[in-house]
Design a protein around this ligand. Structure first.
Ligand SMILES: NC(=O)C1=CN([C@@H]2O[C@H](COP(=O)(O)OP(=O)(O)OC[C@H]3O[C@@H](n4cnc5c(N)ncnc54)[C@H](OP(=O)(O)O)[C@@H]3O)[C@@H](O)[C@H]2O)C=CC1
Ligand SMILES: Nc1nc(=O)c2c([nH]1)NC[C@@H]1CN(c3ccc(C(=O)N[C@@H](CCC(=O)O)C(=O)O)cc3)C=[N+]21
Length: 290
């Protein structure tokens, strides 16, 4: 079998286009563009790359992007003060503080300081709670992007066996919540899971969000499974995911590549969340599907 390659880059481009159209309508009605503030602490090169591509995509979608760069040794209080100022700024609809933060800063304290209604990352406990109980709120961009690709590929997901590998607050846990809401039978695996290969074997849907290059082997997969690779691993051979992509092509039904799979979706969903935040804050009913 040769698996379909899920083109996340193309899907993301379409989503960004739909967002841009609604941004135009928003700006006409509100008299301003949606505004996204991105805060980068320190000079981690990978983070700088993401922040730059977020900035480019924000402007291409017709939104206002404001970037705040703080030195790696910035006191936590100064970062909290900046978040307070952004919370109070009416021109800002979305706030993203790039993670990870330097070790002396408490990430929970920072994400909890962001106004939940500007929390376009969906990391605030209020938004995690809303997702868990099925209330509207912001859903983390990466898992929501994964779900969009899955639904585009498979249609109705109800009754499917889904295995999420990884239980982080930003990917694994919200991914599991979204799949539960789609009526999948969900298993969450992690570093203490016994016999991961046999857990993965039963999955119709595998989402790998671990951060270990090519750890998911083709032999673990159920033939025909849909495989979503969230991993971003920089190796001497280049950027690779958490899945043995070449091997998976022979067994899976469909698989996302790295790069060009989930990564571009994360940025497109960030723009979508920012637009929705702006529409909510201005009481504007968006027209046109996203
Ligand atoms: N494409 C994109 O847009 C994004 C990509 N990423 C990438 O996704 C990956 C995961 O990110 P994130 O969730 O933040 O990572 P974390 O490091 O926060 O979480 C990793 C998870 O993997 C689990 N794990 C570690 N080793 C194993 C193992 N041997 N077997 C099974 N599970 C294991 C951990 O288990 P335990 O809890 O027991 O420690 C943990 O739950 C990274 O490569 C990251 O770069 C992240 C965000 C966005
Ligand atoms: N507050 C916060 N929100 C985040 O959403 C967030 C974060 N912090 N910290 C880091 C992770 C990681 N992340 C990615 C975004 C885009 C790509 C992406 O576009 N990847 C391209 C490749 C780009 C490259 O070459 O590195 C691709 O997969 O095709 C990857 C990873 C967002 N994250």
């Amino acid at each position: 079998m040769t698996a379909a390659i899920i083109d996340g880059k193309a899907f993301a481009a379409g989503l960004r286009e739909r967002v841009a159209q609604r941004v135009t309508r928003f700006a006409e009605q509100a008299g301003r563009a949606p505004g996204l503030a991105v805060v980068l602490v320190g000079d981690d090169p990978a983070s700088a790359v993401y922040v730059r591509s977020k900035g480019k995509a924000t402007k291409a979608a017709g939104m206002g992007g404001i970037e705040h760069r703080l030195p790696a040794d910035v006191p936590q209080q100064a970062l909290l003060d900046l978040v307070d100022a952004l919370n109070a700024d009416p021109a800002i609809d979305g706030i993203l503080v790039q993670l990870p933060l330097p070790g002396h800063i408490d990430e929970q304290a920072v994400t909890t300081r962001i106004d939940p209604d500007k929390d376009v990352d969906g990391f605030h406990p209020v938004n995690a709670g809303r997702l868990a109980v099925g209330l509207p709120g912001f859903v983390p961009c990466t898992p929501l992007g994964c779900l969009m690709l899955l639904k585009d590929q498979l249609g109705d997901l109800s009754g499917l066996e889904a295995v999420v590998i990884g239980r982080s607050n930003i990917v694994g846990k919200p991914m599991a919540q979204l799949l539960i809401a789609e009526s999948c039978t969900v298993t969450v695996a992690h570093s203490r899971t016994r016999d991961l290969p046999s857990v993965v074997q039963r999955a119709d849907i595998v989402v790998a969000a671990v951060g270990r290059p090519q750890m998911v082997k083709a032999a673990w997969l159920k033939p025909g499974a849909t495989v979503i690779d969230v991993g971003i691993n920089r190796t001497p051979e280049g950027l690779v995911g958490d899945v043995d992509f070449a091997g998976a092509l022979d067994v899976a039904g469909a698989v996302t590549p790295v790069p060009g799979g989930v990564g571009p979706m994360t940025i497109a969903v960030l723009l979508r969340n920012t637009l929705i935040s702006a529409e909510r804050r201005e009481n504007i009913v968006g027209e046109g599907a996203l």
